[in-house]
Design a protein around this ligand. Sequence first.
Ligand code: WT7
Length: 650
Amino acid sequence: MEVRETLQLRSFAEYKEAYQKSVENPEEFWDAIAEKFYWHKKWDKTLEWDFTKPEVKWFQGGKLNITENCLDRHLDKLGNKTAIIWEPNNPDEESRHITYRQLFVKVSRFANVLKNNGIKKGDRVCIYMPMIPELAIAMLACARIGAIHSIVFAGFSSSAIASRINDSSCKMLITANEVYRGSKPVKLKEMCDEALKNTPTVQTVIVYRRTVEPTPMTPGRDKFWFEELQKAEKECPAEVMDAEDVLFILYTSGSTGKPKGMVHTIGGYMVYTTYTFANVFQCDHFAPTGVKNQSKPKSDVYWCTADIGWITGHSYIVYGPLAAGVTTVMFEGVPSYPDYGRFWEICDKLDVTHFYTAPTAIRALAKQSLDLVNKHDLNSLKVLGSVGEPINDEAWHWYNDNIGKGNSPIVDTWWQTETGGIMISPLAGITPTRPTFATLPLPGIQPVLMDEEGKEIPFKSQKSEGRLAIKYPWPSMARTIYGDHQRYKDVYFSAYDKMYFTGDGAYRDATGNYRITGRVDDVVIVSGHNLGTAPIENAINEHLSVAESAIVGFPHDIKGTALYAYVTLHENQIGDDELRAKIREQVSNTIGPIAKPDKVQFVEGLPKTRSGKIMRRILRKIASKDTSNLGDTSTLLNPDVVKDIMENAL
Ligand code: WT7
């Protein structure tokens, strides 16, 4: 039996039994699951935890390498199975099919490239790459030798790259010369060169040539991927790691300017992402009762459309699916190129069985003509997934009716960069779905709702609403923020006593299904991207004409939430369209195009509390054109500014 089969729950009754066991005896529960994996040495202690420090350790004393679980152990039975199908941006270019054996060889060889360039266990390696198989190869190669990868989404600006590299003192940067995304080339290496002016720790840059265009190279520092490969040995034994050694750092936005480098460790992350992948998606197991896929008894093709630069890609394009021995698709392009039918064309072409995407993409695609859907055969699809933000009712039904044809369960998966893996979600074909609800917690997850006074709202078969916290550790939770454990404690473990606070609000129905209602802190989710308001405000404030600014989200058809900037200017400065454009440009350069505010309103002042904190609640209401009840503004330091802001709202 393959590892995946040994992990999969098969019925609602089995789910309930597993859930109960996971709460009554968590250590025994996770022991039995972790035993399904390949370890060099079994752990001595399953769990040690103290949320007041906070400190969490899973499978202490266990020795393993995650790549042996993703690659080596499959070679016997699945060596010739396709591990990765890569679909290029340009539909006329050939797809690549890479078997588990081929991937194993490529990872081993590239791991030797890292070693040859001085990378050792524990070193940090920054990866800034497009969606090509070499991105997965680079991350697995790091894991093979015990180096820590820090992937920076290849849509981020050079200053975002530099600050992330510097925060964790990366020794190496791996990138590509350029990439086509849609019809536009993106010059990644030029972005890197700009960043590298301010990153003294980077000694080597490895450059994958994705296009034939000339590439600027700095002698001594920059090396081509292929040339380095020529010099590398084929075999690379896996470094034997401790379960609690760091696997990767991934930056996510916070409510202060600096991004948080979330630290994930090897053992717990592997166990949890693989277990949840196998159970939520039920690949190579679940077939709906409809007519689908009957003539095609081949193994499932799973496609998650996220970028590997986000946690979704880490956990559910690379580590989870590969450890489960499933075929995973990587797509280089965008949903709109060459037209808005591209996703459906790919599903048809590759016989995709599992399709996992974000509500923002669903909404954008739902706006297009249905012909773009209906001209493709979507009969292979069995399971649909959603992630990144609450999925609204309309999008849920469009997805269900037109893509799933009413007989593919939708798994609405709620989780976070910090949680490492899916926390609340249906299990496809096994537990019930409910439109716009992430439904039930996965085995091992103990969510709670907290009221305004910080007290737990007990579950008594009644509807309730509150803030979502988790009261017991799970294996893939982030262990700390790189270099700033105090901040980790402050952000996640200070709101409630001995609990992890998610930053989200949630509603719970009478049967215990959760619906996530959105962020309650200063983080805005734009098109599924988690953006902190503070770094955007900082970027705006750097403009010489700007005195102060406040960013809030407002509802947007496609993006879900878009950004609205309120800006006050220094004396004698003129707020015109030119300045608006400059401000948006500035944000784009410092953070990236996704953070550009849709609207920029110049205001005389920002509403503030007496302690000087900007009252974003009021600004949010004005931006959302919901000014009927602004609440009590009399306690403001400057109540008069509110009228001006309302009158000139965009
Ligand atoms: C925030 C985490 C998890 C990978 C992608 C985003 C929101 C995520 C859902 C969902 C409602 C969701 C939450 C969460 N979110 N999934 N299914 N339903 N909201 O990871 O960038 O760390 O963002 O995304 O607000 O806190 P992230």
